[in-house]
Design a protein around this ligand. Structure first.
Ligand SMILES: [Zn+2]
Length: 361
């Protein structure tokens, strides 16, 4: 209960504090560093004006992308997908297991299900009981929003925004501009640091004005954070990974190292040779289910015009959502398309080598 009450306060407070810090940084940089030091004392007028304009343009773009990230939202599942009818496959698995060829059901018209989907140890796909749908499109249920978010990435503590398929690129744009902003502040202050020591400290030493020092330290801290986030996000794009997937894997590997029993992940796949038979295969630590190679991964993120959102942000351009009219077979085809070919082939090979368990056995 306490957590439920505290959570919204944190969600709100952290971005507000961050905005306050940014305001102070802007004051320290634009007013104290650029205007007082460069413009007035050093008479470097063009330089001071140029710095102020550039610094504030970068900040403005970053804030604009922050707002757009929040306004666009992480996206939602427009369609529900009802559970797959796995009964006939379980039955067939049982007869295969019993090696009872006589009672093999003759080819009945089965409902189409994906050739591959992530599942629990029993072979059943993941279901959201609140949204009443299979968790398609790599979605996760986000409690604070009360809905499933496709390609859920993480909840950004600093921006106070849930990041998913729909606003991922705008979020990346915001990170990119914040990174540039702190980098610009860092470089310009560093260049002039030695020539602006004209503040007399209590001990009589000549130092840089304390506001500038405070801003400089803050700038370096955030520059490191943003560098980490910016390159971290690029690495996620290259692997077609999400933050939550990475965290999930890290937790697993930590638990393994501590010799705890870890419930593995599974995929449910069509048997390579037996018709209408499904196999449940346990995933290995190094398996990357969605990794289609970095070229393809990057292309899928920057598909259509979405990359333009980084430079010409508008509310209209975002990750494409399939239209609400698309039927169940389209949804299933879309699901299948998520999994990498290479991974599918790896799994088929493993099954041929005796890995996996026939569903129903
Ligand atoms: Zn849900």
């Amino acid at each position: 209960m306490a957590r439920n009450r505290v959570q919204p306060v944190i969600t709100f407070a952290v971005p507000v504090v961050l905005l306050g810090l940014l305001g102070y940084l802007d004051y320290g940089y634009s007013k104290v560093f650029c205007y007082d030091q460069l413009y007035v004392k050093k008479n470097r007028r063009a330089c001071a004006i140029g710095f102020i304009v550039e610094f504030n343009l970068l900040l403005g773009e970053a804030l604009l992308l922050w707002i757009i990230t929040a306004l666009k939202g992480p996206g939602k599942l427009n369609q529900q997908l009802k559970p797959f009818d796995l009964g006939p496959y379980i039955q067939r698995g049982q007869t295969v297991y019993a090696n009872d060829k006589a009672s093999f059901p003759t080819t009945s018209k089965l409902e189409r299900i994906p050739d591959m989907f992530l599942c629990n140890s029993e072979g059943f796909p993941f279901w959201c009981s609140e949204c009443k749908t299979l968790k398609i499109r790599r979605s996760h249920h986000v409690k604070s929003l009360g809905r499933c978010v496709p390609r859920f990435d993480h909840k950004c503590m600093f921006l106070g925004v849930v990041i998913g398929e729909n606003n991922l690129l705008c979020f990346f744009g915001a990170v990119f501009y914040f990174w540039l902003f702190f980098l610009f502040g860092f470089i310009t202050i560093t260049v002039f640091a030695s020539s602006i020591r004209d503040y007399t400290s209590a001990s009589g030493m000549k130092i840089i004005e304390p506001n500038i020092i405070a801003c400089y330290i803050g700038d370096i801290f955030w520059l490191l954070m943003m560098t980490f986030m910016f390159f971290g996000q690029i690495s996620l794009f290259m692997d077609n990974d999400t933050s939550i997937d990475v965290l999930h894997r890290r937790r697993r590997s930590r638990e393994r190292k501590m010799n705890r029993t870890v419930e593995p992940d599974f995929v449910n796949v069509a048997h390579p040779t037996l018709e209408d038979v499904r196999v449940i295969v346990e995933l290995r630590e190094r398996d990357r289910v969605f990794d289609k190679g970095y070229r393809s991964n990057i292309q899928s993120i920057f598909k259509t015009d979405t990359w333009k959102a980084l430079f010409y942000p508008s509310l209209g351009s975002g990750a494409e959502e399939p239209s609400i009219e698309s039927g169940e077979s389209d949804l299933i085809a879309e699901e299948e398309h998520l999994y990498s070919q290479k991974f599918q082939q790896t799994i088929q090979k493993r099954i041929e080598n005796g890995d996996g368990r026939i569903m129903g056995s």
